[in-house]
Write a protein that binds this ligand. Structure first.
Ligand code: NDP
Ligand code: MG
Ligand code: MG
Length: 328
Protein backbone atom coordinates (compact mmCIF):
# COMPACT_ATOMS: atom_id res chain seq x y z
CA UNK A 1 0.00 0.00 0.00
CA UNK A 2 1.36 3.39 -0.96
CA UNK A 3 2.33 5.73 1.84
CA UNK A 4 -0.12 8.63 1.88
CA UNK A 5 0.35 11.82 3.88
CA UNK A 6 -2.52 14.10 4.90
CA UNK A 7 -2.47 17.62 6.33
CA UNK A 8 -1.99 16.39 9.90
CA UNK A 9 1.10 14.39 8.87
CA UNK A 10 2.98 17.46 7.64
CA UNK A 11 4.27 20.60 9.34
CA UNK A 12 5.33 23.96 7.95
CA UNK A 13 7.83 24.26 10.78
CA UNK A 14 10.93 23.21 8.75
CA UNK A 15 10.32 26.17 6.41
CA UNK A 16 9.62 28.83 9.05
CA UNK A 17 12.21 31.59 8.96
CA UNK A 18 13.73 30.15 5.77
CA UNK A 19 13.98 31.92 2.43
CA UNK A 20 12.33 30.04 -0.41
CA UNK A 21 13.44 31.02 -3.92
CA UNK A 22 10.96 29.99 -6.58
CA UNK A 23 12.70 29.88 -9.95
CA UNK A 24 10.16 30.56 -12.69
CA UNK A 25 6.78 32.28 -12.52
CA UNK A 26 4.83 30.30 -15.09
CA UNK A 27 2.13 27.69 -14.72
CA UNK A 28 3.52 25.98 -11.61
CA UNK A 29 5.86 28.73 -10.39
CA UNK A 30 3.16 31.35 -9.97
CA UNK A 31 0.64 29.01 -8.34
CA UNK A 32 3.16 27.52 -5.92
CA UNK A 33 4.77 30.86 -5.04
CA UNK A 34 1.39 32.45 -4.25
CA UNK A 35 0.24 29.47 -2.20
CA UNK A 36 3.47 29.33 -0.19
CA UNK A 37 3.25 33.05 0.51
CA UNK A 38 -0.39 32.73 1.59
CA UNK A 39 0.74 29.91 3.88
CA UNK A 40 2.85 32.50 5.70
CA UNK A 41 6.24 31.56 4.25
CA UNK A 42 8.99 33.84 3.00
CA UNK A 43 9.07 33.55 -0.80
CA UNK A 44 11.32 35.36 -3.28
CA UNK A 45 11.43 34.89 -7.04
CA UNK A 46 14.39 34.09 -9.28
CA UNK A 47 13.66 35.15 -12.86
CA UNK A 48 15.36 36.40 -15.98
CA UNK A 49 15.39 40.15 -16.40
CA UNK A 50 13.38 41.30 -19.39
CA UNK A 51 11.16 38.21 -19.47
CA UNK A 52 7.44 38.68 -19.09
CA UNK A 53 7.29 36.95 -15.70
CA UNK A 54 9.46 39.59 -14.08
CA UNK A 55 6.94 42.41 -14.27
CA UNK A 56 4.06 40.16 -13.30
CA UNK A 57 5.81 38.83 -10.19
CA UNK A 58 6.73 42.38 -9.15
CA UNK A 59 3.15 43.54 -9.77
CA UNK A 60 1.92 40.68 -7.60
CA UNK A 61 4.06 41.87 -4.72
CA UNK A 62 7.09 39.58 -4.82
CA UNK A 63 10.73 40.52 -4.36
CA UNK A 64 12.29 39.47 -7.64
CA UNK A 65 15.98 38.79 -8.32
CA UNK A 66 18.03 37.39 -11.13
CA UNK A 67 18.18 33.62 -10.78
CA UNK A 68 21.74 33.41 -9.43
CA UNK A 69 21.09 36.10 -6.83
CA UNK A 70 17.86 34.48 -5.66
CA UNK A 71 19.60 31.11 -5.30
CA UNK A 72 22.42 32.68 -3.29
CA UNK A 73 19.89 34.12 -0.82
CA UNK A 74 17.84 30.95 -0.53
CA UNK A 75 17.59 28.05 1.89
CA UNK A 76 15.12 26.33 -0.42
CA UNK A 77 15.30 26.52 -4.23
CA UNK A 78 12.26 25.42 -6.24
CA UNK A 79 13.13 24.75 -9.87
CA UNK A 80 9.91 25.60 -11.73
CA UNK A 81 10.98 26.51 -15.25
CA UNK A 82 10.29 24.19 -18.24
CA UNK A 83 12.10 20.85 -17.98
CA UNK A 84 14.01 21.25 -21.23
CA UNK A 85 15.32 24.67 -20.12
CA UNK A 86 16.44 23.48 -16.69
CA UNK A 87 19.83 21.82 -17.39
CA UNK A 88 21.44 24.93 -18.86
CA UNK A 89 19.99 27.29 -16.25
CA UNK A 90 21.03 24.84 -13.55
CA UNK A 91 24.60 24.68 -14.77
CA UNK A 92 25.05 28.40 -15.39
CA UNK A 93 22.97 30.09 -12.71
CA UNK A 94 21.70 27.71 -10.05
CA UNK A 95 24.51 25.30 -9.17
CA UNK A 96 27.29 27.94 -8.87
CA UNK A 97 25.20 29.83 -6.30
CA UNK A 98 23.96 26.96 -4.13
CA UNK A 99 24.95 27.08 -0.47
CA UNK A 100 25.72 23.77 1.25
CA UNK A 101 22.59 22.43 2.90
CA UNK A 102 20.15 24.05 0.48
CA UNK A 103 16.97 22.13 -0.23
CA UNK A 104 16.44 21.83 -3.99
CA UNK A 105 12.90 20.97 -5.07
CA UNK A 106 11.62 19.84 -8.46
CA UNK A 107 8.04 19.36 -9.69
CA UNK A 108 8.96 16.54 -12.07
CA UNK A 109 11.79 14.03 -11.89
CA UNK A 110 12.90 14.08 -15.53
CA UNK A 111 16.23 15.91 -15.32
CA UNK A 112 17.45 14.31 -12.11
CA UNK A 113 16.30 10.82 -13.05
CA UNK A 114 17.87 10.87 -16.50
CA UNK A 115 21.07 12.48 -15.22
CA UNK A 116 20.69 15.77 -17.11
CA UNK A 117 21.08 17.64 -13.83
CA UNK A 118 23.70 16.30 -11.44
CA UNK A 119 23.36 18.01 -8.07
CA UNK A 120 26.36 18.35 -5.77
CA UNK A 121 26.38 15.95 -2.80
CA UNK A 122 25.92 18.66 -0.14
CA UNK A 123 22.31 19.62 -0.86
CA UNK A 124 18.94 17.95 -0.32
CA UNK A 125 17.11 17.05 -3.51
CA UNK A 126 13.37 16.53 -3.24
CA UNK A 127 10.33 16.50 -5.46
CA UNK A 128 6.82 17.78 -4.91
CA UNK A 129 4.93 17.04 -8.10
CA UNK A 130 1.35 18.32 -8.15
CA UNK A 131 -0.91 15.93 -10.05
CA UNK A 132 -2.82 18.70 -11.74
CA UNK A 133 -2.35 21.87 -13.76
CA UNK A 134 -1.01 25.02 -12.10
CA UNK A 135 -4.33 26.78 -12.35
CA UNK A 136 -5.98 24.11 -10.24
CA UNK A 137 -3.10 24.29 -7.74
CA UNK A 138 -3.98 27.93 -7.12
CA UNK A 139 -7.77 27.70 -7.38
CA UNK A 140 -8.08 24.68 -5.11
CA UNK A 141 -5.84 26.34 -2.54
CA UNK A 142 -7.99 29.49 -2.56
CA UNK A 143 -11.13 27.45 -2.01
CA UNK A 144 -9.60 25.68 0.99
CA UNK A 145 -8.77 22.47 -0.83
CA UNK A 146 -5.69 21.24 -2.67
CA UNK A 147 -4.41 19.32 -5.66
CA UNK A 148 -2.89 15.95 -4.72
CA UNK A 149 0.84 15.54 -5.23
CA UNK A 150 3.65 13.02 -5.29
CA UNK A 151 6.66 13.56 -3.03
CA UNK A 152 10.07 11.97 -3.23
CA UNK A 153 13.57 12.32 -1.87
CA UNK A 154 16.52 11.80 -4.19
CA UNK A 155 19.26 13.04 -1.91
CA UNK A 156 19.02 13.42 1.85
CA UNK A 157 22.01 15.55 2.89
CA UNK A 158 20.35 17.14 5.91
CA UNK A 159 18.72 13.96 7.13
CA UNK A 160 15.43 15.90 7.08
CA UNK A 161 14.72 15.97 3.34
CA UNK A 162 11.29 14.32 3.58
CA UNK A 163 10.21 16.81 6.26
CA UNK A 164 11.11 19.63 3.87
CA UNK A 165 9.29 17.99 0.98
CA UNK A 166 6.18 17.53 3.12
CA UNK A 167 6.41 21.12 4.34
CA UNK A 168 6.47 22.35 0.74
CA UNK A 169 3.57 20.04 -0.09
CA UNK A 170 1.63 21.47 2.86
CA UNK A 171 2.52 25.03 1.91
CA UNK A 172 1.09 24.62 -1.58
CA UNK A 173 -2.03 22.94 -0.21
CA UNK A 174 -1.33 19.46 -1.58
CA UNK A 175 -1.55 17.64 1.77
CA UNK A 176 -5.15 18.83 2.08
CA UNK A 177 -5.92 16.48 -0.81
CA UNK A 178 -3.30 13.84 -0.02
CA UNK A 179 0.30 13.28 -0.95
CA UNK A 180 1.74 9.95 -2.06
CA UNK A 181 5.35 9.00 -1.44
CA UNK A 182 7.21 7.88 -4.55
CA UNK A 183 10.70 7.97 -6.05
CA UNK A 184 12.12 10.17 -8.82
CA UNK A 185 12.33 7.06 -11.01
CA UNK A 186 8.73 6.01 -10.44
CA UNK A 187 7.29 9.49 -10.91
CA UNK A 188 9.26 10.16 -14.07
CA UNK A 189 8.78 6.79 -15.70
CA UNK A 190 5.08 6.41 -14.91
CA UNK A 191 4.45 9.95 -16.11
CA UNK A 192 6.13 9.35 -19.46
CA UNK A 193 4.78 5.84 -19.97
CA UNK A 194 1.28 6.96 -18.99
CA UNK A 195 1.19 9.96 -21.28
CA UNK A 196 2.62 8.05 -24.23
CA UNK A 197 0.57 4.89 -24.03
CA UNK A 198 -2.72 6.05 -22.52
CA UNK A 199 -3.37 9.71 -21.85
CA UNK A 200 -1.98 11.64 -24.76
CA UNK A 201 -0.79 9.05 -27.27
CA UNK A 202 -3.27 6.24 -26.72
CA UNK A 203 -6.45 8.27 -26.35
CA UNK A 204 -5.68 10.53 -29.27
CA UNK A 205 -4.97 7.64 -31.64
CA UNK A 206 -7.95 5.63 -30.46
CA UNK A 207 -10.26 8.55 -31.17
CA UNK A 208 -8.64 9.36 -34.52
CA UNK A 209 -8.71 5.77 -35.73
CA UNK A 210 -12.33 5.33 -34.65
CA UNK A 211 -13.26 8.53 -36.48
CA UNK A 212 -11.39 7.49 -39.63
CA UNK A 213 -13.07 4.07 -39.60
CA UNK A 214 -16.55 5.59 -39.49
CA UNK A 215 -15.83 8.25 -42.11
CA UNK A 216 -14.20 5.75 -44.50
CA UNK A 217 -17.38 3.68 -44.28
CA UNK A 218 -19.29 6.69 -45.59
CA UNK A 219 -20.86 7.98 -42.37
CA UNK A 220 -21.06 11.74 -41.95
CA UNK A 221 -17.95 13.23 -40.26
CA UNK A 222 -20.15 15.31 -37.95
CA UNK A 223 -21.92 12.20 -36.69
CA UNK A 224 -18.60 10.39 -36.31
CA UNK A 225 -17.21 13.34 -34.32
CA UNK A 226 -20.07 13.22 -31.85
CA UNK A 227 -19.81 9.48 -31.53
CA UNK A 228 -16.10 9.00 -30.89
CA UNK A 229 -14.82 12.34 -29.60
CA UNK A 230 -17.61 14.23 -27.91
CA UNK A 231 -19.03 11.19 -26.14
CA UNK A 232 -15.57 10.07 -25.03
CA UNK A 233 -15.73 12.83 -22.43
CA UNK A 234 -19.04 11.61 -21.07
CA UNK A 235 -17.76 8.04 -20.74
CA UNK A 236 -14.54 9.28 -19.16
CA UNK A 237 -16.51 11.30 -16.62
CA UNK A 238 -18.38 8.14 -15.65
CA UNK A 239 -15.15 6.16 -15.31
CA UNK A 240 -13.63 8.98 -13.26
CA UNK A 241 -16.61 9.22 -10.91
CA UNK A 242 -17.56 5.57 -10.58
CA UNK A 243 -14.73 3.40 -11.90
CA UNK A 244 -14.89 1.11 -14.91
CA UNK A 245 -17.48 -1.21 -13.38
CA UNK A 246 -19.59 1.78 -12.43
CA UNK A 247 -19.34 3.16 -15.98
CA UNK A 248 -20.51 -0.18 -17.36
CA UNK A 249 -23.50 -0.04 -15.06
CA UNK A 250 -24.26 3.43 -16.40
CA UNK A 251 -24.55 2.43 -20.09
CA UNK A 252 -27.11 0.26 -21.89
CA UNK A 253 -26.91 -3.54 -21.79
CA UNK A 254 -26.21 -3.46 -25.52
CA UNK A 255 -23.24 -1.14 -24.99
CA UNK A 256 -22.04 -3.25 -22.08
CA UNK A 257 -22.20 -6.51 -24.02
CA UNK A 258 -20.70 -5.03 -27.21
CA UNK A 259 -17.96 -3.25 -25.33
CA UNK A 260 -17.02 -6.24 -23.20
CA UNK A 261 -16.88 -8.68 -26.11
CA UNK A 262 -15.36 -6.46 -28.82
CA UNK A 263 -13.13 -4.15 -26.73
CA UNK A 264 -10.48 -6.80 -25.97
CA UNK A 265 -10.29 -7.68 -29.68
CA UNK A 266 -9.51 -4.04 -30.56
CA UNK A 267 -7.12 -3.31 -27.70
CA UNK A 268 -5.58 -6.75 -27.60
CA UNK A 269 -2.37 -8.35 -26.30
CA UNK A 270 -0.41 -6.91 -29.22
CA UNK A 271 -1.26 -3.41 -27.98
CA UNK A 272 -0.01 -4.34 -24.55
CA UNK A 273 3.15 -5.75 -26.09
CA UNK A 274 3.79 -2.40 -27.78
CA UNK A 275 3.01 -0.60 -24.51
CA UNK A 276 5.76 -2.69 -22.94
CA UNK A 277 8.13 -1.71 -25.73
CA UNK A 278 7.32 1.99 -25.20
CA UNK A 279 7.86 1.50 -21.47
CA UNK A 280 11.22 -0.13 -22.11
CA UNK A 281 12.33 2.85 -24.23
CA UNK A 282 11.35 5.20 -21.40
CA UNK A 283 13.06 3.10 -18.75
CA UNK A 284 16.31 2.77 -20.69
CA UNK A 285 16.51 6.55 -21.16
CA UNK A 286 16.30 6.16 -24.94
CA UNK A 287 13.14 8.26 -25.18
CA UNK A 288 14.62 11.03 -23.00
CA UNK A 289 17.71 11.16 -25.19
CA UNK A 290 15.63 11.36 -28.36
CA UNK A 291 13.43 14.15 -26.95
CA UNK A 292 16.35 16.23 -25.65
CA UNK A 293 18.03 16.00 -29.07
CA UNK A 294 14.79 16.96 -30.81
CA UNK A 295 14.23 19.92 -28.44
CA UNK A 296 17.75 21.22 -28.87
CA UNK A 297 17.35 21.06 -32.66
CA UNK A 298 14.40 23.43 -32.32
CA UNK A 299 11.69 20.76 -32.43
CA UNK A 300 11.33 20.16 -36.21
CA UNK A 301 9.63 16.75 -35.85
CA UNK A 302 7.30 18.05 -33.17
CA UNK A 303 6.28 20.97 -35.39
CA UNK A 304 5.64 18.68 -38.35
CA UNK A 305 3.55 16.23 -36.31
CA UNK A 306 1.54 19.05 -34.75
CA UNK A 307 0.81 20.40 -38.23
CA UNK A 308 -0.42 16.96 -39.35
CA UNK A 309 -2.87 16.75 -36.45
CA UNK A 310 -4.07 20.29 -37.08
CA UNK A 311 -4.87 19.31 -40.66
CA UNK A 312 -6.66 16.04 -39.80
CA UNK A 313 -10.31 15.96 -40.78
CA UNK A 314 -11.40 15.42 -37.17
CA UNK A 315 -9.92 18.80 -36.31
CA UNK A 316 -11.63 20.62 -39.17
CA UNK A 317 -14.97 19.08 -38.23
CA UNK A 318 -14.20 19.65 -34.57
CA UNK A 319 -13.81 23.39 -35.01
CA UNK A 320 -17.33 23.56 -36.52
CA UNK A 321 -18.85 21.22 -33.96
CA UNK A 322 -17.37 23.01 -30.98
CA UNK A 323 -18.63 26.31 -32.35
CA UNK A 324 -22.07 24.73 -32.37
CA UNK A 325 -21.68 23.17 -28.94
CA UNK A 326 -19.96 25.91 -27.00
CA UNK A 327 -20.23 28.95 -29.27
CA UNK A 328 -16.41 29.11 -29.40
P1 NDP B 1 6.29 27.12 -17.60
O1 NDP B 1 6.46 26.90 -19.05
O2 NDP B 1 4.97 27.67 -17.17
O3 NDP B 1 7.48 28.06 -17.07
C1 NDP B 1 7.54 29.36 -17.47
C2 NDP B 1 8.47 30.11 -16.57
O4 NDP B 1 9.82 29.68 -16.78
C3 NDP B 1 8.43 31.59 -16.82
O5 NDP B 1 8.58 32.28 -15.60
C4 NDP B 1 9.64 31.78 -17.72
O6 NDP B 1 10.18 33.07 -17.60
C5 NDP B 1 10.60 30.80 -17.12
N1 NDP B 1 11.64 30.38 -18.07
C6 NDP B 1 11.48 29.66 -19.21
N2 NDP B 1 12.66 29.43 -19.80
C7 NDP B 1 13.59 30.03 -19.04
C8 NDP B 1 15.00 30.16 -19.14
N3 NDP B 1 15.68 29.59 -20.14
N4 NDP B 1 15.63 30.87 -18.17
C9 NDP B 1 14.95 31.41 -17.15
N5 NDP B 1 13.64 31.33 -17.00
C10 NDP B 1 12.95 30.63 -17.93
O7 NDP B 1 6.64 25.76 -16.81
P2 NDP B 1 5.66 24.79 -16.01
O8 NDP B 1 5.12 25.50 -14.83
O9 NDP B 1 4.70 24.13 -16.96
O10 NDP B 1 6.69 23.66 -15.57
C11 NDP B 1 7.58 23.87 -14.49
C12 NDP B 1 7.88 22.52 -13.85
O11 NDP B 1 6.68 22.00 -13.29
C13 NDP B 1 8.36 21.46 -14.83
O12 NDP B 1 9.31 20.66 -14.18
C14 NDP B 1 7.11 20.64 -15.12
O13 NDP B 1 7.36 19.32 -15.52
C15 NDP B 1 6.45 20.69 -13.77
N6 NDP B 1 5.00 20.43 -13.77
C16 NDP B 1 4.18 21.19 -14.53
C17 NDP B 1 2.82 21.02 -14.48
C18 NDP B 1 1.91 21.95 -15.22
O14 NDP B 1 0.74 22.04 -14.86
N7 NDP B 1 2.36 22.70 -16.22
C19 NDP B 1 2.21 19.95 -13.68
C20 NDP B 1 3.15 19.27 -12.83
C21 NDP B 1 4.50 19.49 -12.92
P3 NDP B 1 9.90 34.24 -18.70
O15 NDP B 1 8.57 34.82 -18.38
O16 NDP B 1 11.02 35.14 -18.45
O17 NDP B 1 9.92 33.57 -20.05
MG1 MG C 1 1.55 13.29 -16.16
MG1 MG D 1 4.25 14.53 -18.29
Amino acid sequence: MAKIYRDVDASLEPLKGKTIAVIGYGIQGRAQALNLRDSGLNVILGLRRGGKSWDQAVAEGFRVFEIGQAVAKADVVMVLIPDMEQPKVWEEQIEPNLKPGTVVDFAHGFNIHFGLIKPPPNVDVVMVAPKGPGRAVREEYLSGRGVPALVAVYQNYSGRAMEYALAIAKGIGATRAGVIETTFAEETETDLIGEQTVLVGGLMELIKKGFETLVELGYQPEVAYFEVLNEAKLIMDLIWQRGIYGMLNGVSDTAKYGGLTVGPKIIDESVKQRMREAAARVRSGEFAKEWVTEYNRGGPTLRKLMEEVKNHQIEKVGIEMRRLLFGQ
